[in-house]
Design a protein around this ligand. Structure first.
Ligand code: 5GP
Ligand code: MG
Length: 178
């Protein structure tokens, strides 16, 4: 059932759009044309859709594939184990890859994905996350491109969910009970 209450915006739609445009330029400046974006689903589907168009505006023509991972179930705290729900379909041996995720928290998801892609022979694996909860790291890993620092609160919207709700919100915010 959809949770009661409202979502208080932390990152407004227009602010996200500006930052995603900047990220597109930063990534394009650091990447070559053979780059493959791998979006970690489900949370990054909105972000990656905007990011790939920002990359186009910045002159890059990336390919994109999708990796569906789960570590949360319906809880708001990570279980500490990452499972592959749906694997990528592209061959990545010898290719530069950029992982795209919605939010970096403990680091377990990104660390799992990065190790997997390196094991499969990617030429390089860098990472872009929209949000970074720096104080919550359990694994030593950082993203190469970060949209915003995020407070230690559970956020929803712009692809991020609570129990599969709120992904459709055009902004990112915190749930508040009325
Ligand atoms: P990590 O593996 O770094 O602990 O967590 C990364 C994943 O946990 C993210 O891809 C995201 O799916 C989920 N996650 C972490 N923090 C939040 C949050 O505040 N809100 C939501 N909706 N998901 C989160
Ligand atoms: Mg995720």
């Amino acid at each position: 059932m959809k949770p009661e209450g409202t979502v208080r915006p932390l990152f407004e739609e227009a602010r996200i759009a500006v930052r995603v445009g900047e990220l597109g330029k930063e990534i394009a400046a650091a990447s070559n044309q053979n780059v493959l974006l791998i979006a970690i689903l489900k949370g990054s589907f909105v972000f990656s859709a905007d990011l790939i168009r920002a990359l186009h505006s910045a002159g890059l023509s990336p390919q994109i594939d999708f990796l569906s991972l789960s570590s949360y179930g319906e809880a708001t705290e990570s279980f500490g184990r990452v499972d592959i729900v749906h694997d990528i379909s592209d061959r990545i041996a010898g290719r530069p890859v950029i992982l795209v995720d919605d939010i970096l928290e403990s680091g377990r998801t990104l660390s799992f994905a990065k190790t997997m892609l390196i094991d499969r022979g990617a030429e390089s694996v860098s990472a872009c996350v929209l949000l970074d909860k720096k104080n919550k790291r359990k694994v030593a890993i950082e993203a190469d491109f970060v949209g915003f620092d995020c407070p230690d609160q559970f956020v929803v919207g712009y692809g991020l969910d609570y129990a599969h709700y709120f992904r459709e919100l055009p902004f990112i915010g915190v749930m508040e009970t009325a």
